[in-house]
Design a protein around this ligand. Structure first.
Ligand code: SF4
Length: 395
């Protein structure tokens, strides 16, 4: 499925004036306004959005599509907080049903990958008092000492806000301490929806949207990079999404420290929002495309294939996405516990084939988008039998 080109869209005489004005802006490399962002969510058809988002994607990256080799560590799935969308955390009252790893147990997981060519460890989990500043500082030190080539991408402002408050230190002191201990970048989680009208209902008690943004700003001011997410498709309205994107874009104008925007689809299994239906594939693709169009100052848009499935991830590459992440093992349970149907394990060969099968150019990247391996000319023995989508896309 390939969207029309932007010039075809611009030649369409039946195009509504509002959509034409936005397409002309995008073609000229100009920024769209929040009102235009809302107009896209409310009125723009999928094919039109694909044409605009793919234009931007190809201007920035051509056919290049990135993935990385990483593994996840979730120190605990017990949490003090009670986010209603969370399928993953065992509440503190049901603590015995969850896991709480010690430093040694986490290091044992790291050591399991000693002979594997992974470049990144991604660490996030629940929030509990024993996982505090000294614990994480020691963990980062031990990982870096054990395996200096492994990039430590760890924790979100949800954890940092909690542990710094408990330690009675400022964000500035805390993030500097984490950097000194070996933290190299921050993942994008915990952003959910910034607007308090929604955040208070789905993620009350944890850091606010302003605090989330402030911690990233402090981290960027240390010369470091991070990612940003948006959890969509639950109780928020389109204008809450636009508000979220606007706040990300404004901070990126200030710091330039974000690398990648990652829309996260709400899944409805095993959580308190199970009565809500999930967004359709069309809405997922529209959302990727609008994210790509709106965030003109972000280099990358990522689709988390374990969350949306391999086929939708392949489709998303025509709707603004240039990165599909990558895990080598079933090391995260966040998505499968929320109802994602894919077992989060794909080999490098499978990821490369999946990208190339839809006409894109696979590149294994490090966390900071340094090229590890360019797979343009690497052929696998059975590849000619593998063309197209991994399954028939149901749009
Ligand atoms: S989303 Fe994160 S902070 Fe919220 S309950 Fe789940 S693990 Fe805890």
């Amino acid at each position: 499925m390939t969207p029309a080109s932007i010039s075809t869209v611009l030649r369409d005489r039946s195009l509504a004036p509002g959509l034409r004005a936005i397409a002309e802006k995008v073609y000229a490399g100009q920024r769209i306004t929040p009102e235009e962002g809302l107009h896209l969510y409310e009125e723009a058809p999928l094919g039109y959005l694909g044409a605009l988002a793919n234009f931007i994607r190809e201007e920035k990256h051509g056919d290049k599509t990135y993935f990385n080799r990483n593994f996840h560590i979730e120190p605990t799935n017990v949490c003090l907080y009670t986010c209603t969308f969370c399928s993953y955390s065992r509440r503190i009252k049901k603590r015995e049903d969850g896991w709480e790893y010690s430093l040694e147990e986490i290091m044992d997981i790291v050591k399991k990958y000693d002979d594997q060519p992974v470049t990144e460890v991604h660490i996030v989990g629940g929030v509990l008092p024993q996982y505090d500043v000294p614990f994480y500082a020691e963990l980062f030190r031990r990982i870096r000492a054990h395996r200096p080539d492994l990039h430590v991408k760890a924790l979100t402002p949800v954890e940092y806000h909690y542990i710094f408050k408990k330690a009675k230190i400022s964000y500035e002191e805390g993030m500097a301490l984490m950097k000194e201990a070996g933290l190299q970048s921050m993942p994008g989680g915990g952003a959910e929806i910034f607007h308090p009208e929604i955040r208070d209902q789905i993620a009350g008690g944890k850091c606010s949207g302003d605090e989330w943004l402030r911690i990233h700003e402090v981290w960027h001011n240390l010369g470091m990079r991070s990612n940003a997410t948006m959890l969509y498709g639950h109780i928020e309205k389109f204008w809450h999404r636009v508000d979220h994107l606007e706040q990300l874009r404004a901070l990126q104008d200030k710091t330039g420290g974000f690398q990648t925007f990652i829309p996260l689809k709400f899944r409805n299994q095993n959580n308190e929002l199970s009565h809500l239906s999930e967004s359709s594939v069309v809405e997922d693709l529209r959302n990727y495309a609008i994210g790509r169009i709106y965030l003109d100052n972000f280099d990358h848009v990522k689709a988390y294939w374990p969350m949306i499935g391999k086929t939708t991830a392949q489709l998303s590459l025509s709707f603004g996405v240039d990165d599909i992440d990558g895990t080598i093992d079933d090391t995260t349970r966040i998505y499968s516990m929320a109802g994602a149907e894919q077992n989060p394990a794909l080999s490098t060969e499978q990821l490369v084939k999946m990208i190339r099968a839809v006409g894109r150019h696979p590149i294994e990247r490090g966390t900071l988008y340094e090229v590890i391996t360019d797979f343009r000319d690497v052929e696998f023995s059975d590849e000619k039998q593998y063309r197209g989508y991994t399954a028939l896309p149901v749009v």
